[in-house]
Design a protein around this ligand. Structure first.
Ligand code: HEC
Ligand code: HEC
Ligand code: HEC
Ligand code: HEC
Ligand code: HEC
Ligand code: HEC
Ligand code: HEC
Ligand code: HEC
Ligand code: HEC
Length: 370
């Protein structure tokens, strides 16, 4: 079972020091809890900073026990002056209480819960996430706090911002590889552009929702709208914000918005932005890989309009407001009405007004004279 790789002399030495130097923690924690043992981190590091410490777990996997002093002291918690026992609340003395786990993963799943002591809000948020649901459904590899943040080397998780997507890459590498080459991902990873979405802008961080559900699909245009309906943001890239207005006005979009309002759980075949543009592999509209470039557009429409012929997409206004270049017929018909209707109504108003005036004035004259 457990195999000590510690020199007995070292153990003896530190046993003494544990008894003698149960020193108060260097700096008092922000939220002191009576149950935390009163042991400073130097006491623990006296043994655990030793390279090569390890035991073998019942599963046969090694559990490495070395904690690098410098890495810990420069981590966010180390810099706050937190003692080891702020997280390892059950370890106050040596020998430690028996370790009741059989595998490396079980060890992680037991220890990560210590984060909840101080980050209750984050912990609560994760309880409803897809990752917790996957854990409960028997996927022990789903992400918990320490998978994304580490334990002894914790630092700002969003600096630089591209670090966020790399966190997810560890387990979602196929999606990351697509994203990295997309218009959004390339701008973030290659240029550090702060305006494009990282994984968590679309999925959330601690409360990641299941994206394969009907409500998420219907809601997804609102995610795009956060940026693509913002004229100031899009102005910087010369990208039209009409895409959202025209989509909502479009028969496709109108139906989706209606569905979302009335029956969010209902399956729908109406297209949302991602059906035409893709999700993790969105490209600029002039990229040869783009699903909406002319050469690929018909294939995109055919996912739902299997009988569409080559000129099918041209019958559609796309995201354009009608103009003399795009859909001139619709444009001129609209223009015709825009001119005709005010003119006709205006003429009628004037005609009626003069008519009423004439009648009233004539009546009055008739009375006075009659
Ligand atoms: C005298 C040396 C020594 C000291 C001091 C010591 N440890 Fe350990 N630690 C070990 C050894 C040996 C193991 C291997 C397994 C065991 O005995 O539990 C271990 C295992 C661990 C483990 C992993 C397995 C388990 O038992 O939970 C953690 C976590 C741990 N120590 C934390 C600490 C903390 C926190 C302190 C300070 C309060 C500390 N240790 C002080 C020697 C030491
Ligand atoms: C912010 C909370 C936190 C602090 C502070 C902390 N630990 Fe840990 N420690 C953890 C968690 C969580 C794990 C489990 C990590 C995993 O699953 O890989 C762990 C694991 C360990 C292990 C097992 C080996 C390993 O690295 O996984 C040892 C030994 C250990 N800690 C000792 C220490 C010592 C010594 C200190 C102080 C210098 C310390 N810890 C400070 C949370 C903490
Ligand atoms: C004893 C209280 C305490 C415990 C336990 C604790 N933290 Fe923290 N943590 C803090 C405080 C205080 C800060 C700094 C203020 C803040 O960002 O909330 C912090 C900051 C962080 C940050 C932001 C780091 C940065 O530099 O921006 C992360 C990420 C984090 N903790 C993760 C964890 C994880 C994961 C665990 C469990 C392994 C954990 N914490 C356990 C108190 C704690
Ligand atoms: C799936 C990965 C993932 C998991 C699981 C996860 N986090 Fe985070 N966390 C992140 C990312 C990424 C960020 C920063 C990016 C952002 O805010 O969009 C972050 C931010 C944080 C911050 C700093 C936020 C702030 O407001 O400054 C803390 C503290 C934190 N997490 C603690 C935790 C704790 C505690 C857990 C477990 C209950 C946890 N996280 C689980 C990925 C994760
Ligand atoms: C430690 C591994 C790990 C990390 C890190 C991780 N995930 Fe996951 N994630 C999983 C596992 C396992 C599942 C459940 C199985 C599956 O559907 O792939 C999952 C599921 C998901 C799902 C739902 C998939 C579906 O089909 O319903 C989303 C969305 C997701 N993760 C997003 C993220 C994001 C965003 C990050 C980074 C902030 C992240 N994950 C980090 C392991 C991880
Ligand atoms: C622009 C918004 C956006 C960004 C950025 C984004 N996603 Fe997604 N993601 C979505 C949408 C929308 C879906 C649902 C797709 C569907 O219904 O076909 C999804 C689906 C998923 C799924 C589950 C379905 C699948 O394809 O396996 C996972 C896992 C996932 N995303 C992880 C990630 C990770 C990891 C990143 C970062 C590398 C990321 N996403 C970046 C919007 C986004
Ligand atoms: C966080 C803000 C943000 C979100 C959310 C977002 N985008 Fe973007 N998007 C951008 C920015 C900024 C660019 C320009 C990037 C560049 O050119 O470097 C862009 C570029 C694009 C382009 C390329 C336009 C062109 O031809 O130049 C398309 C298509 C696109 N996004 C579609 C979408 C879709 C679909 C969604 C929703 C699933 C979405 N975006 C979500 C910010 C966002
Ligand atoms: C039915 C398919 C379809 C749907 C649904 C769709 N688009 Fe498009 N989108 C296109 C096509 C086709 C183009 C290319 C137009 C052109 O350049 O001729 C385009 C172009 C764009 C552009 C580039 C505009 C520019 O100024 O370069 C953006 C950004 C965009 N779409 C975002 C979105 C968003 C956001 C949604 C959802 C609200 C959406 N699209 C829904 C097919 C679609
Ligand atoms: C995700 C499936 C999907 C995709 C992709 C899609 N459509 Fe549609 N489309 C529909 C549905 C469903 C309707 C019926 C709308 C309704 O009932 O509200 C429709 C209706 C239409 C109509 C109205 C006339 C008719 O046939 O009913 C046109 C025109 C149209 N789509 C053009 C396009 C073009 C052009 C593309 C490709 C750029 C495209 N669609 C892509 C699902 C889709």
């Amino acid at each position: 079972m457990k195999r000590f790789a510690v020199l007995p002399g070292l153990v003896g030495l530190v046993l003494v020091s544990l008894a003698l130097v149960a020193a108060p923690t260097a700096a008092q924690p922000a939220r002191p809890t009576p149950s935390v043992p009163n042991v400073g981190d130097e006491t623990c590091l006296a043994c655990h900073d030793t390279p090569g410490l390890q035991i073998t777990l019942p599963s046969g996997e090694p559990l490495y026990l070395t904690v690098d002093r410098v890495i810990y002291k420069t981590s966010t918690h180390g810099r706050l002056g937190y003692a080891c026992v702020q997280c390892h609340t059950d370890i106050g003395e040596f020998p430690h209480p028996p370790l009741q786990v059989t595998s490396r993963r079980e060890f992680t799943l037991k220890l990560y819960r210590s984060c909840a002591r101080c980050h209750e809000d984050k912990y609560e948020a994760t309880l409803d996430s897809v990752h917790q649901a996957a854990l409960a459904a028997g996927h022990p590899e789903a992400a918990v706090c320490t998978d994304c943040h580490g334990a002894h080397n914790i630092g700002p998780p969003d600096k630089p911002r591209s670090r966020i997507s790399r966190t997810c890459r560890r387990c979602h590498s196929q999606i990351y590889d697509l994203y990295e080459k997309s218009v959004h991902g390339a701008a973030l990873i290659d240029e550090g552009n702060p305006d494009v979405p990282s994984c968590t802008d679309c999925h959330g961080v601690h409360s990641v929702e299941g994206p394969s559900t009907s409500p998420f699909r219907l809601f997804s245009p609102q995610i795009c709208a956060r940026c693509h309906a913002d004229p100031k943001l899009m102005g910087r890239y010369g990208i039209s914000t009409d895409v959202f207005d025209t989509y909502v006005a479009d028969f496709h979009g109108t139906t989706v918005i209606l569905f979302e309002a009335i029956a969010p759980d209902q399956e729908t075949n109406k297209p949302v932005c991602i059906d035409c543009h893709g999700v993790h592999d969105i490209q600029t509209t002039d990229d040869p890989e783009s699903r909406v470039i002319k050469e690929n557009l018909l294939a995109t429409c055919r996912k739902c309009h299997p009988d569409a012929t080559a000129n099918f997409p041209t019958a559609w206004l796309s995201h354009y407001r009608p103009s003399p270049e795009h859909a001139p017929l619709v444009y001129f018909v609209n223009l015709f009405y825009e001119i005709l209707i005010p003119t006709v109504i205006g003429a009628m108003v004037i005609f009626n007004a003069t008519d009423i005036y004439r009648r009233v004035v004539c009546r009055l004259r008739e009375r006075r004279h009659g």
